[in-house]
Design a protein around this ligand. Structure first.
Ligand code: AMP
Ligand code: TRP
Length: 337
């Protein structure tokens, strides 16, 4: 039986945090067991916000190492760096030429990020979702495991594939691009900030106490959790819209401890924050310690890491080039041979 194909990626724009892991990477690790899985470090996307070149290349390697430390197995999946496969940029151009500008101006993440960047908004930032569509469509991906904030971008990729490429350049019997589906976890798809329960945990929040990164030391994790915003009530509960922090911290505890929602809801129903926070800190440290030790080991084996990325690149490039060629032919570009 042909296995379904999975593609996903994370930007190397800073240390990965609990939201990236619990909302996305955790899902990849499960999917690789019975899907053909491609995961990339999307360094071209990172260029859409201001960047220090030295830090970007280091973050790219370190993000790949974290994928593996979190459980991605290079023997079972392909791990690669987006910019090393030129088909991503080339497909992006082809898709740019059929995507209406007003679809892009509607994108929530563009609106939010462009407000932050003021006068300095690049065309790349506007075009970010088309590049993301190219990433996905190049691999004929069936499933794209992401956090909730990427839902709109996935809709765009589907729209482009269906309504701008297949219906114009393909036939019903012979569609050119596969129309992908997003895969969003029920629990953990939107981890919120530790300092504001109504905003998502994000790499770009200027307040470092708002997020726990996968490489934070045990002391720092305990400190951040101790400082996390709470409320004045005793007895902790999920799903009370007036208590977003309680919902978020209980969700974290439920996933990180492995106890699950029901057990946690019962255990914490009469608990106060003073009792709960050390439990959450302990569960977080226990979950991150093995990831950190695997990460440190990998970062000391640069040759091996580079070799993994080279093998992943070769595997990915073969698939990507074939898709690109298919679309180039369909759009009337003269073939090379
Ligand atoms: P980014 O950090 O924007 O490159 O996001 C990489 C992946 O992590 C994407 O699939 C996001 O949807 C997911 N993600 C980012 N922030 C969160 C969050 N706070 N909660 C859950 N998933 C998230
Ligand atoms: N835009 C995604 C994010 O910020 C990252 C991304 C780029 C991605 N290309 C992708 C995710 C392709 C899934 C598939 O989270």
């Amino acid at each position: 039986m042909v296995r379904k194909r999975v593609l996903s990626g994370v930007q190397p724009t800073g240390a990965l945090h609990l939201g990236n892991w619990l909302g996305a990477i955790r899902n990849w690790v499960e999917l690789q067991k019975n899907h053909e899985t491609f995961v990339c470090v999307v360094d071209l996307h990172a260029l859409t916000v201001p960047n220090d070149p030295k830090i970007l290349s280091e973050n790219t390697i370190s993000t790949a190492a974290l994928y593996i430390a979190c459980g991605m197995n290079p023997k079972e999946c392909s791990i690669f760096v987006q910019s090393q496969i030129s088909a991503h940029s080339e497909l992006c151009w082809l898709l740019n030429c059929v995507t209406p500008l007003n679809w892009m101006e509607r994108m929530i993440q563009f609106k939010e990020k462009s407000i932050k960047q003021g006068d300095n908004v690049s065309i790349g930032l506007l075009d970010y979702p088309v590049l993301m569509s190219a990433d996905i469509l190049l691999y004929d991906a069936d499933l794209v495991p992401v956090g909730e904030d990427q839902k709109q971008h996935l809709e765009l990729a589907r729209d482009i594939a269906q309504n701008r490429i297949n219906s114009r350049f393909g036939t019903k019997k012979n569609p050119i691009l596969k129309v992908p589906q997003s895969l969003i976890l029920k629990e953990g798809a939107k981890i919120m900030s530790l300092t504001e329960g109504n905003s998502k945990m994000s790499k770009s929040d200027p307040n470092e106490n708002s997020r726990i990164t996968l490489l934070d030391s045990p002391d720092l994790i305990a400190k951040k959790i101790k400082r996390a915003k709470t409320d004045a009530e005793v007895g902790l509960e999920f799903d009370n819209p007036n208590r977003p922090e309680a919902n978020n911290l209980l969700t974290l505890y439920s996933i990180l401890s492995g106890l699950g929602r029901e057990v946690v809801a019962k255990e914490c129903a009469t608990m106060g924050w003073g009792e709960f926070k050390p439990l959450l800190a302990e569960a977080t440290i226990a979950a991150l310690t093995p990831i950190q030790s695997r990460y440190n080991g990998l970062m000391n084996e640069r040759d091996e890491l580079n070799n993994i990325l080279k093998i992943g690149r070769d595997q990915a490039e073969e698939v990507a080039d074939a898709t690109l060629k298919r679309l180039q032919n369909a759009m009337g570009l003269l073939s090379r041979s």
